[in-house]
Write a protein that binds this ligand. Structure first.
Ligand code: UD1
Length: 418
């Protein structure tokens, strides 16, 4: 077990280069199973979710090796359609493999996926979509079993715009016979990125980024080289860190358009923000003012993956805020931990009612999930005194070199092996 020890109170100054988006890389790795030719994904972050996805690809018989920051995948030797249950439990994104594995083998077997413990994360929309493409699905003993003679394009209307379901159906449809139309598709930038990757290896996908995605099935895919988009959630986390600690931070290799809902709120808080090309500069001086209300929504609304961080910020603003979580019901597990640091928060149903206090005070807190864990680190950096953040393996799932980047900005944070 590892933990962070953080001495709070330092302002943050300097530049930080943003990693490639975790939520782009994971479905792209799943997509690599669809082709027999070599695929090179550039600048892949060294985070646990990626490492687990690479392990799963190896179990399927694919060759996946890091060459520096690039990941080279060759799926020509893939020979297994079962995703081992231990790994499926580690990583929710393993479910994205259903679409590609079924496309490749006409069979797939996967244990119900795991990932962050942030409430029920059903896969019904993934399964309904696959059924519409001709897949026969049975569930037994915690496994999902899929079989089909062939995949055939169809029209699929999602009950809600699920990111994972949209991506999974795209993956299954790429080599299906005929055209697939996904309606009420999720519009996240990572879905557009998956489309760009698929088209780069010979697929015919259009419409991603809008509510309707159209996939025309092709017979064969090729290889290719691809640079995924920057990680808007890592970028957002550093922006909130700078807002909370004060100082001036410049993000490099970032896509400001993908962060507009956060930038809008941070400006309302009183931060000065300059976005230019692939850079964002944030300046934060005196104590910030609360934003009255924030609600998480599918893109382009405020991202649920930044909810914990913005709540931590609200805790030390002047005034009161209501933060409502509309996507995942148990995404407030970090709240009791923030209370240990002096926050004044009450959670009722899906909303956190926050009354701003002057400062956080250092404390020992436990990370229960990825983004909640990151929020605790930010609170500790802004706090008066010393904090310990325990169980940081959750944070390692999505943030590469987190403490190195924060230290380079002036944060006093070290990792200790317990
Ligand atoms: C993805 C992201 C995750 C982010 C989330 C929402 C990846 C690897 N993960 O997760 O970081 O927090 O989008 O932006 O990209 N739902 C159903 N049935 C389903 C699927 C989803 O009811 O079959 C519901 C979920 O309970 C949730 C909502 O749809 O309320 C959105 O979930 P979804 O977009 O599917 O999230 P993920 O793809 O799991």
């Amino acid at each position: 077990m590892e933990k962070y020890i953080i001495n709070g109170g330092n302002r943050l100054y300097g530049k930080v280069a943003i990693q490639t988006a975790k939520n782009s890389v994971l479905p792209i790795l799943a997509a690599a199973v669809l082709t027999d030719e070599e695929v090179c994904i550039k600048n892949v972050p060294h985070i646990t979710d990626v490492k687990n996805m690479v392990k799963i690809l190896s179990c399927l018989g694919c060759k996946a090796v890091f060459q520096g920051e690039n990941l080279i995948i060759n799926s020509s030797s893939a020979d297994c359609f079962e995703i081992p249950s231990a790994l499926a439990h580690e990583l929710r994104s393993s479910v994205f493999l259903l679409g590609s594995v079924i496309s490749r083998f006409k069979s797939a077997k996967i244990a119900y996926p795991g990932g962050c413990d942030i409430g029920l994360r059903p896969v019904d929309l993934h399964l309904t979509g696959l059924k519409r493409l001709g897949v026969d699905i049975t569930e037994s003993n915690g496994y999902i079993l899929c079989k089909c003679d062939k995949l055939s394009g169809n029209e699929i209307m999602l009950d809600c715009p699920s990111v994972g379901a949209t991506e999974n159906i795209m993956l299954a449809a790429v080599k299906a016979e005929g055209e697939t139309i996904i309606k009420n598709a999720a519009r996240e930038p990572e879905i557009e990125d998956l489309q760009r990757f698929l088209n780069c290896i010979g697929a015919r996908v259009s419409g991603a980024g809008s509510g309707t995605v159209v996939v025309e099935g092709v017979e064969k895919l090729s290889g290719g080289e691809f640079v995924p988009i920057p990680d808007r959630i890592e970028a957002g986390t550093f922006l909130v860190a700078a807002a909370m600690c004060g100082g001036e931070v410049e993000l490099e290799r970032v896509c400001p358009e993908n962060l507009s809902s956060l930038l809008h709120k941070l400006r309302e808080n009183g931060c000065k923000i300059y976005a230019n090309g692939d850079k964002i500069i944030l300046q934060s001086g005196k104590r910030l003012t609360s934003v009255k209300s924030i609600e998480t929504q599918p893109y382009p609304g405020f991202p649920t993956d930044l909810q914990a961080q913005i709540t931590a910020l609200s805790c030390i603003c002047k005034g009161q805020s209501i933060i409502t979580e509309n996507l995942f019901e148990t995404r407030f597990k970090y709240v009791p931990e923030l209370r240990k640091m002096g926050a004044d928060i009450t959670v009722i149903n899906r909303s956190a009612f926050v009354r701003g206090v002057e400062k956080f005070k250092g404390a020992t807190v436990i990370a229960h999930d990825l983004r909640g864990g990151a929020a605790l680190v930010l609170a500790a950096l802004a706090a008066e005194g010393r904090s310990e953040v325990l169980d940081i393996s959750h944070i390692d799932r999505g943030y590469g070199a987190f403490e190195f980047k924060l230290r380079a900005l002036g944060g006093d944070i070290v990792r200790i092996v317990v």
